[in-house]
Design a protein. Structure first.
Length: 326
């Protein structure tokens, strides 16, 4: 039996593949498109099969007896993407086809939603799947809207009892950790901070655009990719659990705090510098995020999440300073 991981050469996906190889005996099928950098995320791993996205449905049909579950992490994840047709095809229509396949063949389906669906946060950060609550959210960019659109579809399918035997949508918050280099400008602030520190001795952060909020005091729920993988593995072991779940620590921390942790982990020398936010993202910027993880806890997930200090220190010292992949 094999677990199919779409986006398996990407950031969260490659970390999941590494964990599944350790725990699942290597029976992992990766679906992804490789790039000159992304393949390096898999250089220490040997998935059993590799499938490109356009061939995945045919692969699933031919091998349906050996498919244990589909974990759908692949997407166009750039928050500055502008090609609506391409984003909808990849992030909504392809996701819909996979959901329908898992319904037809009664296989578990886990998929990545996003905390970006919460927009400016004015409606809260509640992983409520009701149509009424989803209708109150206003995503701020095309990527977030495409993820929100699929959550809407899932809500309607759940209301009709038209679901796979297990399904779960995961609203990942601000994830950091190894194997994110290929994301370039979309890397976590932790990776950006370390690179700035290494090259210039400074960590550069956006100036605040919100009245009364000091520079660098914008907040995020920074969550280690290891904790994200832990949640996915837990769901794969607990097939009775379905739902839409926030995946974050439940704690909002400032960018200043994150920068200070990076500086300390890298040896303690460095300064923070502020610069103006680019106009193309200023209109869609979240000044605060924090996951409400009460539904995940109520479902039975009881493992503690890494603190910012522990998670970032391990990431910087084990992966960023040596320049290695997982």
């Amino acid at each position: 039996m094999t677990i199919v991981v779409t986006g398996g050469a990407g950031f969260i996906g490659s970390n999941l593949v590494a964990a599944l190889e350790r725990q699942h005996g290597g029976d992992v099928t990766v679906c992804d498109r490789l790039s000159p950098e992304k393949w390096r995320n898999l250089q220490a791993h040997a998935p059993d099969e590799f499938v490109e996205p356009e061939n995945l449905i045919d692969f699933l049909n031919r091998h349906h007896r050996s498919i244990e579950a589909v974990v759908h992490l692949g997407a166009i994840s750039s928050t500055t993407a502008t090609d609506a047709k391409e984003v909808v095809e990849n992030n909504f229509l392809f996701s819909s086809r996979l959901w329908d396949w898992c319904c037809g063949y009664a296989r578990p389906f886990l998929y990545a939603s996003s905390a970006a669906t919460y927009g400016d946060g004015s409606a809260g950060f509640d992983d409520d799947l009701s149509l009424a609550y989803l209708s109150s959210l206003r995503p701020l960019n095309l990527y977030a809207w495409s993820k929100h659109l699929f959550d809407f579809r899932v809500s309607r399918r759940v209301a009709r009892n038209s679901t796979p035997p297990q399904w779960a949508g995961l609203k990942f918050f601000n994830v950091y950790g190894p194997n994110e280099r290929h994301k370039d400008d979309q890397r976590s602030i932790i990776a950006h901070a370390y690179d700035g520190l290494r090259l210039t001795g400074k960590v550069r952060l956006f100036r605040s655009t919100e009245e009364g909020l000091a520079d660098g005091e914008q907040t995020r729920d920074f969550v280690s990719v290891d904790d994200c993988v832990s949640v996915v593995l837990w769901l794969l072991r607990n097939l009775q659990v379905s739902g839409l779940f926030n995946v974050g620590t439940g704690q909002a921390r400032t960018f200043n705090a994150a920068a200070r942790v990076v500086i300390a982990a890298a040896g303690g020398a460095g300064a923070i510098e502020y610069f103006d936010m680019p106009e193309q993202i200023a209109h869609a910027y979240q000044s605060h995020t924090a996951a409400d993880i009460s539904r995940l806890r109520s479902a039975g997930y009881d493992r503690p999440f890494r603190t910012l200090e522990d998670g970032v220190t391990e990431y910087v010292q084990t992966y960023l300073i040596p320049g290695v992949y997982r």
